[in-house]
Structure formats: structure tokens, C-alpha cells
Design a protein. Sequence first.
Length: 116
Amino acid sequence: MNTLLILNGAPYGSEHTYNGLRLARSLLKTGKTDVRVFLMGDAASGAHGGQKVPQGYYNIADMLGMLVAHNAEVAVCGTCMDARGITDAELVDGARRGSMDQLTQWTLAADKVLSF
């Protein structure tokens, strides 16, 4: 099975992105699905590496890194990156610049698409 999660919300403005990443991690743990995560809109800034958050607070970049370490694919909307001044070099390790064409292909290949 293939699952695609599309994240749109600001990484720390609400818990949508946080909860989407929690679900992605849980899905990976089952070993029953491949997981792809596409960040767009304000969620793109969640893939910016080097985030410093208050002690005890979740870190979206670290969560993305954990997903990549467990073989999830993570892509970030390139147009959204450009609008926020994020360069490819600033992305968390393992995340890469994506495009609408890539999101289209991932959507067509997915058995389930979840949007947060």
C-alpha cells in the first residue's frame, strides 16, 4: 500500500502539520504501507533545517528527519519554498524540492491520500 500525506498548515500555527507527521510515523511503524509526505503552503517552512524550538516543544524538522530515516519520501513545494525564501540547501536532510508534477504523480500512485 502507498499513502500520501499532503501538509498545508503552518508548522507551529496549529497542530495540523504535527498531527499529520505523527500519523505518518505511526503508519510507517505498521510496516504495511510506504509513506510519502508533500509539504506545501505554510507547511513548507517546516522542512527548513536548523529549527530551534523551546525545550519540551515538538520540532517539525526533527520529525521530518525521523520519517526520512525510516524510508519515507519527503518533498517540499518548490514554489512555496521560493515564496518563503527557503533554498534547497536549507532543507532538512532527506527532504527535496518538489513540484506540482511530482505531487500529481504521487497522488496517482497513492492508494490513500490524506490532507492536513
